[in-house]
Design a protein around this ligand. Structure first.
Ligand code: HEM
Length: 190
């Protein structure tokens, strides 16, 4: 007996599952963030080696793309508000809401702080091989200071939040079996 046909995924989100645009943004950003953190974790462990440079050589370019994707993701989340899977009830639902909010804040702030620092610094900013910000003779010290203070610290906080996010999805899958992962990865409900 053949199983019933699975309807194609819609572009937009629905209360049951996330649509194609949200999934593209979610998994595309996950892959690019993995690349960023592999590079930075290896740099912490090994220092500046050719292997580390293989990953970190594209750090500014990938980070700038991540910033643009985050802006698109914020706009898309706003456009789909009230029409996406709910976070759930009670303390767990509140925790999920707070966790996602914190992720959005760091996804925006981490690259934004680095770009602000580049804008204010003496060096030209050319992540894609052409100049976006020209070199300046005198740095704008407060911009550099904000970037120095926030970029690295919040970058590591983002890694911790992503680890917590993955652990919670694993718990949903193993203990509560409520289809949380399937809403972002699967084609069927639950
Ligand atoms: C979501 C995107 C990004 C993530 C997750 C990220 C993450 C990180 C992390 C974890 C570090 C190591 C900090 C440390 O050594 O303690 C770092 C360093 C660095 N990042 Fe990024 N970054 C991103 C985007 C960018 C962008 C867009 C730029 C350039 C405009 C940039 C420029 C740098 C530079 C120059 C360093 C070395 C100096 C420093 O530690 O601040 N990053 N980044």
């Amino acid at each position: 007996m053949s199983s019933p046909a699975v309807p194609p995924l819609p572009l937009r989100d629905t209360p049951d599952r996330y649509g194609r645009v949200t999934r593209f943004l979610h998994w595309g950003m996950a892959a690019l963030l993995l690349w960023q953190f592999i590079g930075m974790v290896l740099r912490e462990i090994l220092g500046r080696t050719p292997l580390v440079s293989f990953f970190t050589g594209s750090h500014q370019m990938v980070g700038t793309v991540l910033f643009l994707l985050t802006v698109m993701r914020l706009i898309w989340a706003f456009a789909n508000r009230g029409n996406r899977p709910a976070h759930g009830e009670g303390v767990l639902g509140l925790g999920a809401r707070m966790g996602h909010l914190a992720l959005y804040v760091v996804m925006f702030t981490v690259p934004a702080a680095a770009i602000l620092r580049s804008y204010g610094s003496e060096r030209a900013f050319s992540p894609f091989g052409f100049e976006i910000f020209a070199a300046r003779e005198t740095p704008i010290t407060w911009m550099v200071a904000v970037g120095d203070a926030l970029h690295g610290e919040l970058g590591w906080l983002m890694l911790a939040l992503i680890a917590g996010h993955i652990v919670m999805v694993g718990l949903h899958k193993a203990m509560w079996r409520d289809g949380t992962l399937e809403r972002m990865a699967g084609r069927r409900r639950g």
